[in-house]
Design a protein around this ligand. Sequence first.
Ligand SMILES: [Zn+2]
Length: 313
Amino acid sequence: MSNIAPWLEASLSQVQALKKQNKLSHALLVTGADGVGQEELARAIGKNLMCEQFEQAKACGYCHSCQLMVANTHPDYRVLEGEEGAIKVDQIRQLTQKISQKPQVGRNKVVLITHAQAMNVNAANAVLKALEEPAERTYFVLTSSQSSHLLATIRSRCLLVNVPTPNLNQVTEWLQQQPEGDELSSLFWLTSQPYRLLAIEKQQKTALYTALPSALSAMLLGEQTVDQILKGVNNTTLEDYCNGLAAILHQCINHSAGANLPPALTDIYPLLMRRMSIQQMMLRYQSLQKLKSDLLKTNLNPLMQLTYELNQW
Ligand SMILES: [Zn+2]
């Protein structure tokens, strides 16, 4: 079984201990800052709960349920991912109908709802109803980075499991064990959220981000054209370019106020300072944020808009 990230261990042990004592609440809400691994922890909790050796704290890894979990085909384990958009009431109803039946394999049933803040009001009320009249041996595991956006009546029925935010050393050490860990560690100027970095690697966007600071430096030195910098822009990378450019401006603005400069931005910082005042950087930063939200909801040509933006640098 793969090891869980070190900063998730304490929360997992806490849940495992309650499980072993048969005192675990039937509703859990895993909270924490964005990208720290709530989903990872929730999935580990789900695995533990599905194991047929239910008097043990941890999943055995060998029983039929454990094997089905590894194969991702356990019929009594249901997942709703809220990351892709709103969770609707029909999805919850389908789910609660399924779990009202007896478990098909082991003893327990688990419903995992990630990014639970994505539930609309009707969906949230349907979950609340399910929590109020819990089906036998059914556990709800919810995750959210914005648990204050959840219905208070849902929150109050859940055992809160908080995921702490790891420090940079912990994240660096953990990244060393991941594919492309070195490259990902060089992206701390963009984010130090470990699971956001991992998602970037999974989407094969690491190279896009790592190349950005030096490409922009070359542009500011007149060695590359705006067209060359933006040749990878399309509808699926547009947000990445906006995020990357905004993050570079943000770090440079912070550095001018005394914060440490991430090593990857050593070259671009003096070049930008020569070109723009701090106030202009702030304006460009705001303009990028606006561009990002406009581009997501309108038919503006992304390449044209970003070209215009970079021509202001
Ligand atoms: Zn097992």
